[in-house]
Design a protein around this ligand. Structure first.
Ligand SMILES: Cc1cc2nc3c(=O)[nH]c(=O)nc-3n(C[C@H](O)[C@H](O)[C@H](O)COP(=O)(O)O)c2cc1C
Length: 345
C-alpha cells in the first residue's frame, strides 16, 4: 500500500491519529507516534482563540520537534481569519493544517463552524480557498457525510475541497445530526473516493486491525484516521500497520505490566504540559482507558478516577502494578520498569 502523501508532505504509512479536542495533547501524540501513527494533530482550535493567543490556546498548541510531522486543525467560518491563522501556523512550524468541518458540538456549531458549515457550501468554499492560498504547507479538510439525512452533501463539499486546492480530505461518514450515534457508513467513504482524485482518509469506528482491513477494502480509501480506538492502546497503530504488511499482528500486544508502564510514562509526559495537580486530574480518563481491558482491573478503576496529586497517582499505580506483578509471578526485584520513574516522583 502506498504511504499517504499530503501535497509535499510524505507520511511513513497510511495511519493518522485524529485531532481530538480535550484528548490529543502532547503526551497522547508522542505515544501515538511511537506506536506507529504516521501523523498526529494538536487539539482542534477555534480560529479566534488561535489568533488572539489566549492562554488556554497557548497550552493546547504546544508541540515539540520530536513530534514531527505534526498538524494543527482550525474551526471557523471567516475566510480572512482562517487564512491568517494558516499563515501563523506555518510560521510556527506546523507541517500541515486541517480545516474542521466535522465537529457537531453546539459550542462550535452555534458559531456556524465545524459540521454546521456544511449547510453553507458557498461560505465553506470561500474558507477553503482562503486557507489554501495563504500558505505553502499542505492544507486538508475533515468533513462529515452531511448535515442530516436530507442534506447528505459530502460529494459536493468534497469536490469543492478538491477544486479549492485541498490536498487531502478526511470523512467521518456520519451526519451532523447523528453526532456519534449509529455506525460510520464507509460505503459513503467509497463514494467520495470514487469521485475525487485527492487522497481520501476514512475516520470512524476503526477499533481493531480487522476494522482497518474492512474499511480499506470496502472504500478503497488512501488512509485511516483513528480516534477512540487507540485510547489506552496506542499500539493499535502498530497492529494495523503490521496487519496491512503481513496479514497479522507480528509484535505481541503489551501485557498488563507493559500497559501500566506506558500509563506511568504518559503521566510523566503530561507533566511537561501541565502542573502536577492538573496532570493528575488530566491523567484520570487516560488511566481508566489503559487499565479497562486488563482482566481483574475493575477494582482499581475507581481509585484511578480520584487521584489528585502526583504522589497519589504513583501510589495507586504502584498498587495496581504490584497486584499484576504478583498475578504474573514476577519477583519484585526483577521488575525494574517503574523504579527509575518512582525515584523522580
Ligand atoms: C472526545 C472527542 C473529541 C473529538 N475532537 C475532534 C477534533 O478536535 N477534531 C476533529 O476533527 N474531530 C474530532 N473528533 C472526531 C474524531 O476525530 C473522529 O472523526 C470520530 O471520533 C470518529 O472516529 P473514531 O470512531 O475513530 O473515534 C472528536 C471525537 C471525540 C470522541
Amino acid at each position: 500500500m502506498t504511504p499517504l502523501k499530503y501535497g509535499n508532505l510524505q507520511l511513513k504509512n497510511n495511519l493518522v491519529a485524529a485531532p481530538l479536542a480535550g484528548i490529543s495533547n502532547r503526551a497522547y501524540r508522542v505515544l501515538c507516534k511511537r506506536y506507529g501513527a504516521g501523523l498526529t494533530y494538536v487539539e482542534m482550535l477555534k480560529v479566534e482563540s488561535f489568533l488572539h493567543h489566549n492562554r488556554k490556546t497557548m497550552t493546547l498548541k504546544y508541540y515539540r520537534e520530536d513530534e514531527r510531522p505534526v498538524g494543527i486543525q482550525f474551526a471557523g467560518n471567516n475566510p480572512a481569519w482562517l487564512a491568517e491563522a494558516c499563515r501563523m501556523a506555518q510560521d510556527e512550524g506546523y507541517d500541515t493544517v486541517d480545516f474542521n468541518m466535522g465537529c457537531p458540538v453546539p459550542k462550535i456549531g452555534k458559531c456556524g463552524a465545524g459540521s454546521a458549515l456544511m449547510a453553507y457550501p458557498e461560505r465553506a468554499a470561500k474558507c477553503m480557498e482562503a486557507m489554501v492560498s495563504a500558505v505553502s504547507i499542505p492544507v486538508t479538510v475533515k468533513i462529515r457525510a452531511g448535515v442530516n439525512d436530507n442534506c447528505m452533501n459530502f460529494l459536493d463539499i468534497g469536490r469543492m475541497a478538491q477544486d479549492s486546492g485541498m490536498v487531502a480530505i478526511t470523512i467521518h461518514p456520519r451526519t451532523r445530526a447523528q453526532s456519534f450515534t449509529g455506525l460510520a457508513n464507509h460505503a459513503l467513504t467509497g463514494e467520495l473516493k470514487a469521485a475525487l482524485s485527492i487522497p481520501v482518509i476514512a475516520s470512524g469506528d476503526v477499533k481493531e486491525p480487522e476494522d482497518a482491513l474492512r474499511v480499506f477494502s470496502q472504500s478503497n480509501c488512501d488512509g485511516i484516521m483513528i480516534g477512540r480506538g487507540c485510547w489506552g492502546r496506542p499500539w493499535l497503530f502498530r497492529e494495523i500497520d503490521e496487519t496491512l504488511a503481513h496479514g497479522r499482528v507480528v509484535t505481541e500486544t503489551p501485557d498488563a505490566l507493559e500497559r501500566l508502564a506506558v500509563l506511568r510514562e504518559h503521566f510523566e509526559m503530561l507533566l511537561e504540559s501541565f502542573d502536577a495537580r492538573r496532570a493528575s486530574q488530566v491523567v484520570r480518563r487516560y488511566a481508566t482507558w489503559y487499565i479497562k481491558d486488563i482482566p481483574g482491573s475493575a477494582q482499581f478503576r475507581a481509585l484511578m478516577t480520584r487521584v489528585d496529586s502526583r504522589e497519589e497517582f504513583h501510589e495507586v499505580l504502584d498498587e495496581v502494578t504490584e497486584h499484576f506483578e504478583r498475578a504474573v509471578g514476577i519477583p519484585e526485584d526483577e521488575f525494574v520498569g517503574r523504579r527509575p520513574m518512582l525515584a523522580t516522583a
